[in-house]
Design a binder for this molecule. Structure first.
Ligand SMILES: NC(=O)c1ccc[n+]([C@@H]2O[C@H](COP(=O)([O-])OP(=O)(O)OC[C@H]3O[C@@H](n4cnc5c(N)ncnc54)[C@H](OP(=O)(O)O)[C@@H]3O)[C@@H](O)[C@H]2O)c1
Length: 265
């Protein structure tokens, strides 16, 4: 089994949800873990929480929709640990809103958070990851199998991640850098999980979900260990992926029929 001892991993957006679970699983496996998010107080609170469990991640605050912050994230990590083995592009922004109600600025901010953040971090970390022949993982969603109603900018960004991962996989084939695209299913969210609406408000969502953040984190480790390119999680994800390949018209008709259901609220 692949050991993560002495390996260095950056997990973007790791103060909550899936990112926090990924950071924790790497800490438990002995890796040097770098945690990140935009809010200093929240990040320090998570660092403290991990410290109380006996783990000591390096916390680097920064909004990674800004390329200079991604460079700083990478440079500080290299300075501290001398290497980067894995970059987990996890940070993202959930949203709801029909296309007609979304202005250009809102659309761009969602694409920046879910796609460009991964572009900037990958560009900054790639030279170091080439040296270690490590992994670059993109945390995507089963909502990228087919554009979904009520979340067009989110789907644009996540489908964009698929294209980015595919292009990188080809360009880096000879370098032995591993590229992974993880399409997670709907996660059982923590109690104060919020999504952004076009008026700028953050609203709590209550959704049962089909898997836990910890299950997604374990899938990331498996993906790295087995150097898998794509993993689609949950029965819903696997079924949708299968149907989209063989019966795309059926997927379209189901989405049309269900677009006003509670599921997309
Ligand atoms: N939850 C699901 O059901 C689900 C399903 C499939 C895929 N995913 C994907 O999994 C990833 C994590 O989702 P989640 O539900 O765990 O999200 P979450 O609970 O909303 O947490 C997102 C994390 O990213 C950080 N973040 C957001 N924008 C950032 C930025 N510009 N710079 C730095 N950090 C930033 C957030 O911290 P601050 O906002 O405080 O900075 C937070 O730590 C996302 O890419 C999401 O699309 C989620």
């Amino acid at each position: 089994m692949k050991s993560f001892k002495n390996k260095t991993v950056i997990v973007t957006g790791s103060s909550k949800g899936i990112g926090k679970a990924i950071a924790f699983v790497f800490l438990k496996h002995g890796a040097n873990v770098v945690i990140n998010e935009r809010n200093k107080e929240q990040l320090n609170a998570i660092k403290e929480e991990f410290k109380n469990k006996g783990y000591h991640p390096l916390a680097i605050v920064g909004d990674i929709t800004k390329p200079q912050n991604c460079k700083r994230l990478v440079n500080t990590t290299t300075k501290q640990f001398g290497r980067i083995d894995y970059l987990i592009n996890n940070a993202g922004l959930s949203m709801r809103g029909r296309f007609e109600n979304i202005n250009a600025e809102f659309f761009k901010s969602v694409v920046d958070a879910n796609l460009m953040s991964g572009v900037y971090c990958t560009q900054a970390a790639l030279p170091a990851i080439r040296e270690t022949q490590g992994s670059i993982i993109f945390i995507s969603t089963i909502a990228s199998i087919h554009g979904q109603p009520n979340m067009s900018p989110y789907c644009v960004a996540k489908i964009g991640l698929t294209a980015l991962a595919q292009s990188l996989r080809i360009e880096l084939a000879k370098s032995k850098v591993h590229i992974g695209l993880l399409r997670a299913g709907f996660v059982k969210n923590y109690p104060d999980k919020k999504v952004l609406y076009p008026d700028g408000s953050y609203v709590s969502i209550k959704r049962k979900g089909h898997q836990t953040a910890e299950e997604v984190a374990c899938a990331v480790l498996k993906m790295i260990r087995k150097k898998r390119f794509m993993m689609t999680l949950t029965l819903l994800g696997k079924t949708t992926s299968f149907l989209q390949c063989l019966f795309p018209g059926l997927v379209y008709r189901v989405l049309c029929k269900t677009q006003h259901s509670k599921w997309y609220e």
